[in-house]
Design a protein around this ligand. Structure first.
Ligand SMILES: C[S@@+](CC[C@H](N)C(=O)[O-])C[C@H]1O[C@@H](n2cnc3c(N)ncnc32)[C@H](O)[C@@H]1O
Length: 286
């Protein structure tokens, strides 16, 4: 959507457009934060009653967080951040949505779970937060909102102590190539594997509340697996593992999916199920 132009004016125009996309996405997320806090999928009442909003993947793969300082990037309204705190971590959550941060702070206060929440864009975080952390964590639906993986990797490295651990679990970049077929029975190749220009989507409701009466646009970027991993490597991190999963957390990812007995969602078509990884996880050390 942006015009590539190497002149100074072109760069200025491009930056102005990036800011527009970001402002628009912030409005989207301010609305979604409120909708999600009231949604069945986010089950805030269950969380208040004591459940953890973490999945077995990150619980097993990140391991014991007790006594460690943990920075959660793109924390939404803090359920996962506060879950890590329930497991003994000293947590700091960051998000660029004012409504999400407001909700996260009130949840922390209401539940008496100590946590610090910072309102900031990921790329501006080094100006908004000081210190380094034992763990930097991020999960489920984060990278597609960020235009630049290299700068993201630098922010991750900036906030990690030497020897600290970065861990993420996220939707697989290959899955973002697909959209629902018209009849909703399968998948069709629809989007680039990596997009330097933002993709624009008309949004109705949200992934957590498809029937909510909210209509807006979202701007997103697809990043290839190599862009994601090279961003971490070039920022000075050493990869410990990359895992890929042919199942996903329940979030209405595609229409042709079904909940399976183990609590994950899978594609119904057995060929698509085996062909398409839906999530991945990475652990790396600085
Ligand atoms: C899908 S949510 C994260 C999901 C989280 N795992 C959860 O389910 O609660 C993505 C979050 O990224 C935040 N976000 C999007 N772009 C951002 C940016 N540039 N800087 C900081 N936060 C951003 C949104 O406000 C939203 O809270």
């Amino acid at each position: 959507m942006t015009t590539r132009n190497d002149s100074g004016f072109g760069n200025f125009q491009q930056e102005a457009r990036m800011d527009e996309y970001r402002q628009s996405n912030r409005v989207l997320w301010n609305n979604w934060a409120q909708i999600h806090a009231e949604s069945k999928l986010y089950d805030l009442e269950g969380f208040k009653a004591g459940t953890l909003s973490l999945k077995p993947i990150e619980l097993e793969e990140l391991g014991d967080v007790a006594g460690k300082s943990l920075l959660h990037l793109q924390c939404h309204f803090g359920k996962e951040t506060l879950s890590w705190a329930r497991l003994g971590a000293q947590v700091t959550g960051v998000d660029f949505s004012d409504r999400a941060i407001e909700l996260a702070r009130s949840l922390s206060e209401e539940l008496g779970i100590p946590a610090s929440f910072v309102l900031s864009d990921i790329y501006e975080l080094p100006n908004a937060l000081s210190g380094q952390f034992d763990i930097v964590f991020t999960s489920y639906g984060v990278l597609g909102w960020l235009p630049d993986m290299k700068r993201w990797g630098e922010v991750v490295a900036h906030f990690l102590k030497p020897g600290g651990t970065f861990y993420m679990v996220e939707f697989h970049p290959f899955a973002y190539v697909f959209d629902n077929t018209e009849d909703g029975q399968g998948l069709k190749v629809s989007y680039p594997y990596a997009s330097k220009e933002p993709l624009k989507f008309e949004t109705h409701g949200s992934y957590a509340a498809p029937d909510a009466d909210f209509h807006f646009v979202e701007y997103g970027w697809n990043h290839s697996m190599s862009d994601i991993l090279n961003a971490l490597i070039s920022a000075g991190l050493r990869l410990e593992f990359l895992h890929e999963f042919h199942y996903a957390v329940h979030c209405n990812m595609f229409k042709a999916m079904e909940a399976t007995e183990d609590g994950w969602d899978r594609l119904k078509n057995p060929i698509e199920r085996e062909a398409i990884p839906l999530m991945f996880s990475v652990r790396a050390v600085k």
